[in-house]
Design a protein around this ligand. Structure first.
Ligand SMILES: NC(=O)c1ccc[n+]([C@@H]2O[C@H](COP(=O)([O-])OP(=O)(O)OC[C@H]3O[C@@H](n4cnc5c(N)ncnc54)[C@H](OP(=O)(O)O)[C@@H]3O)[C@@H](O)[C@H]2O)c1
Length: 339
């Protein structure tokens, strides 16, 4: 009798455990899929199209370069360490069977390097069909670049501003320019153009570094809207993209993820809710490829659809003031400013 009770209890217990494992697994798989976001289904081929991707050595930039190479595009991706970049170039050529992948040196923290890169582009191609301003840093300690701006500000915003302006003559009619933005832009509630570029070496705290990143991404978004308006008539389409939270080396300066214990604690939850680079790249690919977006410009996209960005990012006057300041900060002469 006792033996039968025990057997029944064990059977019930095992059944219950299997039930929880099965439904727990299904629930985790479901949440992970939802957090991963939608997939770009565009089938467009890019033969005879010329693409530039900044920061193609890791994370989102590497995935986007590879995916576009499979579609037949000629691609220049950038690296700060050219040896490393050339090794990646060879891997990508072999993997995608696309010989037209070129790595060129670009350090956005150095205006001279940006000018040199544009000369390289001029030599390699007669037009650019797609410019993806992807490179960026997060939570970088306050530090001055050779051009005397804050590293986060110059890498994420000012360097891309200069690069994009210098590439204007190369942009083909019906070309696309994509700015990789971030939902963090909405953390900035007011922007002071007299201080935003200044390095405050005392601002080492968590909120100051977040603020720095948010400011740089807000500037990028404001600039994207200004750029979209200026080149609308020429048929240049502009898109800003929030890729979501993506597991990439971008978090290398973020103390909650550089500390091995904190990292280990967060690993299971990050595995479920944080996107892989392939998942994070989907909206960038969608904005690069989708024929449905060809009549849209200056909008902000997440999960493949246009979304409202912060009120401040839509301030037309601020956007125009930022543009005027940026020309001076980046040392752009009047003849280099085309429209
Ligand atoms: N990961 C996320 O959760 C997330 C979320 C929202 C937005 N984003 C944005 O997505 C973009 C790509 O980030 P990721 O996550 O793919 O990070 P990542 O793996 O760290 O890639 C960043 C890329 O930018 C390049 N880069 C950094 N500083 C540079 C400079 N001064 N000049 C030229 N290139 C430079 C890096 O090249 P090196 O190899 O030379 O360092 C690297 O190729 C960034 O703009 C980031 O703000 C990411």
């Amino acid at each position: 009798m006792r033996w039968n009770v025990l057997k029944t209890a064990v059977c019930l217990g095992t059944g219950l455990i299997l039930y929880y494992i099965k439904y727990g697994y299904l629930a985790i798989a479901y949440i992970k899929k939802r957090c991963g976001g939608p997939t770009c289904r565009c089938s467009l081929k890019l033969d005879n199209k010329f693409v530039i991707v900044t920061g193609g050595t890791s994370g989102l930039g590497l995935v986007v370069t590879e995916k576009l190479a499979y579609r037949g595009a000629s691609i220049i991706f950038t690296a700060r360490n050219l040896d490393e970049g050339l090794a990646i170039q060879e891997c990508l050529r072999a993997k995608t069977k696309n010989p037209n992948i070129f790595c060129k040196h670009l350090d956005l923290n150095n205006f001279a390097s940006i000018h040199n890169f544009v000369s390289d582009v001029n030599q390699l191609c007669s037009k650019v069909d797609l410019l993806i301003n992807n490179a960026g840093v997060f939570f970088y300690p306050p530090k001055e670049t050779v051009d005397k701006y804050d590293v986060t500000f110059q890498t994420n915003y000012l360097g891309h501003f200069l690069l994009t302006e210098l590439l204007v003559p190369k942009l083909a009619d019906k070309s696309r320019v994509i700015f990789v933005s971030s939902a963090a832009h909405s953390l900035t509630k007011s922007l002071d153009l007299s201080t935003v570029f200044v390095v405050d070496e005392g601002a080492q705290g968590i909120s100051a570094r977040f603020q720095n990143y948010a400011n740089s991404k807000l500037c990028l978004l404001l600039y994207s809207k200004n750029f979209a308006q200026r080149f609308k008539e020429r048929g240049v389409n502009v898109y800003s993209v929030d890729p979501g939270s993506v597991e990439t080396p971008m978090y290398r300066h973020f103390p909650f993820l550089t500390n091995p214990i904190l990292k280990a604690i967060q690993k299971p939850i990050r595995f479920i809710v944080v996107r892989s680079p392939i998942q994070g790249a989907q909206t960038i690919l969608h904005c690069a490829l989708s024929p449905n977006l060809s009549s849209e410009t200056g909008l902000y996209y997440a999960d493949l659809v246009a979304k409202a960005s912060s009120d401040l990012s839509q301030d037309v006057q601020l956007s125009s003031q930022l543009y005027d300041h940026s020309r001076i900060w980046a040392g752009l002469s009047q003849s280099e400013v085309l429209a």
